[in-house]
Design a binder for this molecule. Structure first.
Ligand SMILES: Cc1cc2nc3c(=O)[nH]c(=O)nc-3n(C[C@H](O)[C@H](O)[C@H](O)COP(=O)(O)OP(=O)(O)OC[C@H]3O[C@@H](n4cnc5c(N)ncnc54)[C@H](O)[C@@H]3O)c2cc1C
Length: 382
């Protein structure tokens, strides 16, 4: 293994939205940046692909000029106990994109800004030494004064920092995305182009049926813990039960007719910012996006937090250099909170589940509260 030292101001591990945002902004600021991703881009990514206006703003992209699949929407529904609750706005409040396209677009934009991209290269180890942080791959090693971990939930940088804990709060998911064609989508649902959500009766998760351009994205996610997934019990089993019930409902109401072939459903779990949050930085390391466990607890929204933390990480590196880690940790706490429940959270957490369920039902049923607290609050629609 030949160590390659001195050439980089920063190395970014992972080229998803978080990693691309850091690399784009650092390279634009004149830094020498290397991005390493295990996958060859364009690569598939399990995700419903719902992005808020804040994401486009942070990326400085005008969504009207985005050249790939984009589905603006100004309505959304939640199905609760069999009743469809509709919310409409007089403007576009969010967008649907296809992650394979979106992530490739952002990574190539970072490259055009001057970042060097090495995709199809897996990072196998990250070690802090006297000359900086060394990043090992199967064939080569690279060194830089600072390494940004943007490798998602299992990021090797987060692992090196000891931040991947047993039993942390995660969202467990199953999802399939299929190019079905707009004409057929219009036959399948009268709400084509609008996200349709399905609240789980105990409010520990929700399903979605999201039509975007030619694509149908169907999935479900619920809160669980990572430990259960490894033993094949607990939240993994719970998710399958919820998934089967949702599929039966979609088949029964004609949204998933027998002849419709979907891409195979796949599963993934990722940390959310509840209870024991991951540290965002250590000596020579910054973590962004899922690597830092920044996704929102109620909605599971993770693209916005990944992009926004990427921008904060790049700014901390450009402005503070040797004290970037401290500055970044402060910026993350200011933007995303401590990740630990405050007074209101502790009070709510102490209530019996039946009471919080009743409260959640009341919020969903009241049009103003649903709009403000659910869609605009938890889902970040504007
Ligand atoms: C089913 C599902 C639906 C979702 N729906 C939404 C949604 O609608 N809206 C939303 O905002 N969020 C959604 N999310 C969450 C969102 O997908 C993530 O929060 C987001 O992708 C985080 O971005 P990231 O850049 O941190 O990580 P990622 O997008 O996971 O990117 C990490 C990158 O690191 C690379 N990598 C990993 N390990 C290594 C290694 N050892 N060496 C080199 N590279 C490595 C990977 O190949 C990958 O490209 C959903 C998630 C799931 C699972």
């Amino acid at each position: 293994m030949t160590p390659t030292t001195g050439a980089w101001d920063a190395i970014v591990v992972g080229g998803g939205p978080g990693g691309s945002a850091v690399a784009w902004r650092l390279a634009r600021g004149g830094a020498r940046v290397l991005v390493i991703d295990a996958a060859r881009f364009p690569r598939p990514k399990l995700c419903a692909g719902w992005v808020t206006p804040a994401v486009w703003r942070a990326l400085e992209i005008d969504p009207a000029r985005y050249p790939l699949t984009i589905q603006p929407f100004s309505d959304a529904t939640i199905e609760l106990d069999g009743e469809v609750l509709e919310t409409s706005w007089d403007r576009i409040v969010s967008y649907g994109i296809i992650r394979r396209e979106f992530d490739e677009h952002l990574l190539r934009r970072a490259e055009q800004s001057g970042a060097v991209i090495r995709d199809g290269v897996r990072v196998t180890g990250v070690v802090r030494g006297a000359g900086g942080v060394r990043v090992d791959t199967d064939g080569e090693s690279f060194t830089a004064p600072i390494v940004v971990g943007a490798g998602g939930h299992h990021c090797p940088v987060a692992r090196a920092l000891g931040e991947i804990a047993d039993g942390e709060a995660v969202v467990v998911t199953r999802e399939s995305e299929t190019r079905v064609g707009t004409d057929l989508l219009r036959e399948l649902t009268k709400r084509c182009g609008t996200p349709e959500l399905f609240a789980e009766p105990d409010f520990r998760g929700y399903g979605w049926y999201f039509t975007k351009g030619d694509f149908l994205n169907v999935g479900i996610g619920c809160l669980g813990d990572g430990k259960d997934l490894r033993t094949g019990g607990g939240s993994g089993r719970d998710l399958h039960r919820r998934f089967d019930a949702m599929m039966a409902r979609l088949r029964a109401d004609g949204r998933l007719p027998a002849g419709l072939e979907l891409e195979p459903f796949r599963g993934h779990a990722y940390a959310v910012r509840i209870d024991h949050p991951r540290r965002a930085a250590g000596d020579g390391f910054l973590l962004v996006g899922d690597a830092a466990g920044l996704a929102r607890g109620v909605s599971g929204e993770g693209i916005g937090p990944a992009v926004e933390s990427g921008v904060l990480a790049a700014d901390a590196i450009l402005e503070a250099n040797s004290s970037a880690a401290t500055r970044y940790a402060v910026a993350i706490a200011a933007r995303f909170g401590s990740g630990r429940p405050g007074v209101a959270g502790r009070l709510l957490g102490g209530l019996p589940h039946a009471v919080t369920e009743t409260l959640a039902r009341t919020i969903c049923r009241a049009p103003w509260l649903r709009r403000r607290l659910v869609f605009e609050g938890a889902f970040g629609m504007e």
